[in-house]
Design a protein around this ligand. Structure first.
Ligand SMILES: Cc1ncc(C[n+]2csc(CCOP(=O)(O)OP(=O)(O)O)c2C)c(N)n1
Ligand SMILES: [Mg+2]
Length: 575
């Protein structure tokens, strides 16, 4: 009897310490580990070196035992946003993982998964589920049922032996086709059950598709003979890492390039053919060329209609290059389509265009000067705000000073929902791929903080910045403490105008009667109370010195929050 107990304890200890060996004390003993340990092992084989979590799930302990770093946030949403940035900034090569507990954890995470779904971000989400015998008894929460409509793929592990197959399917979905969140619910009793080894799991494969060659030829012909072709690049260019090909085709055709918000930084915005970002606020160059052009080539984009993007004109020849047939003719009527990976598509187009671009060659000089002329005039018009000496501070002045203080190619920045997005995206010049995390298919206030923390984890040598308003910090601000505690030294730029200023035009009566758009807080104090670096800045002359101090603090490993007291600015670059 004693002998038997000893054997079991020995095997368990060996497995829990992450080493997987057969016991030689008992001939019939089979190698065992718990399902949670098997999950950690799958993650290791898939190259995952940290997970984000909140906290009561056996996956956290199993991951830590397997030397996978575990980061605990203050709220599920931020953890999901962190995972989201990890996936995005690696073009989906490194998958961001988030795990949460059953019930409240699974319920409270909904916003973060929904946002990743809207932005097509390939994250892996592990909610624990209620034990199988209670799983379908009301009012227990089922992730399998409830997350179906905000995930690319969603499954539940009904028994330990199903795990390898489920994980193989999950990672195959994550690494192929249109990116999107994948969710695997594991009932809490299954997590604790023994997985009967050995674990038969190989890392998943990635493959790509290329467009129909016949259609490539006809699209090449249209582009060559177009009077004024324009390229609209989406985030598919980031996922395909097709930045070089995008630049080549633009230069070959002398076709100017604009990006979507998520595609921002796919094309260097200091290039003579760059038009800028087609958000809800946009540079004049984007507006001008959308009217001027005769052909639009959308590459790696969904052409989704959104209140936070520029509307595409309907009187142009539209070529839609995407890897997802579900996007074709969805919001926009298109005349030509190329289905496939953005890099393979652009390579095929470049080959088909070859040297047949003499008309495009003649465009070179005139198109460069047309773009420059419009851009210079537009910037000139905004210069009073971008260099304003006003108090309270102009958010535009802060953005301008920030852009001219940071080392731009080594900075990753993101906006937040509302005014900061529309103030930042037209004027921030992204010069390196994946140096801007754009979003706007859903616009949850507070998303930017987690994205920036994920960016800093994924790219520790870069300066990671989020720009947000005082309403946004109300949503996820407590997780600044996570940045401090977990030593994720981001630079947070807060515009505190003591209001939801963007709502001024839409809430006049409730504001007048009840002051509904007013909010308040001292967030520099909050940052310091959490152990971070916090400064409140009120004077224009203090903007750049404060930014420099904030950057220095991040270099020393301290998360920094600069709270600028700003005007209720609601002028945007719209046309
Ligand atoms: C979760 C969520 N709820 C509501 C909104 C709608 N919304 C967009 S911006 C905004 C207010 C923004 O205020 P603030 O961040 O302070 O920026 P400001 O306009 O004052 O510069 C609101 C309520 C949203 N984007 N997300
Ligand atoms: Mg505000």
């Amino acid at each position: 009897m004693d002998y038997g107990i000893t054997v079991i304890i020995t095997v368990t200890n060996i497995v829990r310490s992450g080493i997987y060996v057969e016991s030689n004390l008992h001939q019939s003993a089979k190698p065992t580990m718990k399902v949670a340990n098997a999950i950690a092992e799958v993650l290791k084989r898939e190259g995952i070196d940290f997970i984000v979590a909140y906290p009561l799930t056996a996956i956290v302990e199993a991951a830590a035992e397997a030397d996978i770093r575990t980061i605990i946030v203050r709220q599920e949403r931020t953890g999901l946003h962190m995972a989201d940035a990890v996936s995005r900034l690696s073009s989906g090569k490194r998958i961001g993982v988030f795990a949460m507990q059953q019930g409240p954890g699974a319920e409270n995470a909904f916003g973060g998964v929904a946002q990743a779904y809207a932005e097509s971000s390939p994250i892996l989400v592990f909610p624990t589920g209620v034990a199988r015998q209670w799983a379908n008894v009301p009012p227990n929460f089922s992730s399998l049922l409830n997350y179906r409509n905000v995930t690319k793929w969603c499954d539940q592990v009904p028994m330990p032996q199903a795990l390898p197959g489920i994980m193989r399917r999950a990672f195959s979905q994550l690494r192929n086709g249109r990116p999107g969140p994948v969710l695997v619910e594991i009932p809490c009793d299954v997590l604790e059950e023994e997985f009967d080894g050995p674990l038969d799991y190989e890392p998943s494969l990635t493959t790509r598709t290329a467009p129909d060659p016949g259609q490539v030829d006809s699209v090449a012909e249209i582009l060559i003979s177009a009077r004024c072709p324009v390229i609209y690049a989406g985030q598919g260019v980031h996922y395909a890492r097709a930045w070089d090909e995008l630049r080549q085709i633009s230069e070959r055709l002398n076709a100017p390039v604009m990006t979507s918000l998520t595609g921002k930084s796919a094309f260097p915005e200091n290039h003579p053919l760059a038009l800028g970002t087609a958000g809800v606020a946009l540079p004049k160059t984007v507006h001008h060329f959308l009217r001027q052009c005769d052909v639009i080539l959308g590459i790696g984009c969904s052409f989704s209609e959104t209140s936070f993007g520029t509307k595409m004109p309907s009187d142009k020849v539209i070529i839609h290059a995407t890897l997802d047939p579900a996007d074709l003719n969805k919001d926009l009527r298109v005349q030509h389509a190329l289905l496939g990976d953005a890099q393979l598509t652009l390579q095929a187009l470049l080959q088909a265009i070859g040297t047949r671009h003499s008309q495009a060659q003649q465009r070179r000089g005139p198109i460069h000067s047309e773009i420059k002329g419009i851009k210079d005039a537009w910037l000139q018009q905004w210069m009073p705000k971008l260099t304003s000496d006003e108090v309270p501070l102009s958010p535009y002045r802060i953005i301008w000073d920030l852009m001219h203080t940071v080392d731009l190619p080594n900075t990753i920045i993101t906006h937040d929902a509302g005014s900061p997005r529309d103030q930042l995206s037209p004027f921030w010049q992204s010069v390196k791929p994946l140096s801007y995390i754009g979003w706007g298919k859903s616009t949850q206030l507070g998303y930017g903080l987690g994205l920036t923390m994920g960016a800093k984890l994924a790219c520790p040598d870069k300066l990671a910045i989020n720009v947000w308003g005082d309403a946004a910090i109300g949503h996820t601000g407590m997780d600044f403490e996570t940045a401090v505690r977990e030593k994720i030294p981001i630079l947070s730029i807060l515009f505190n105008n003591f209001a939801m200023a963007i709502e001024i035009p839409v809430m006049p009566v409730s504001q007048e009667k009840y002051g509904n758009i007013n909010i308040t807080g001292n967030y520099a104090d909050m940052a310091r109370a959490f152990g971070g670096h916090g400064e409140r800045v009120t004077q224009p002359s203090e903007i750049i010195p404060a930014i420099k101090r904030g950057i220095q603090k991040t270099r020393e490993g301290t998360a920094s929050l600069l709270e600028f007291i700003t005007a209720k600015e609601i002028a945007f670059s719209k046309f």
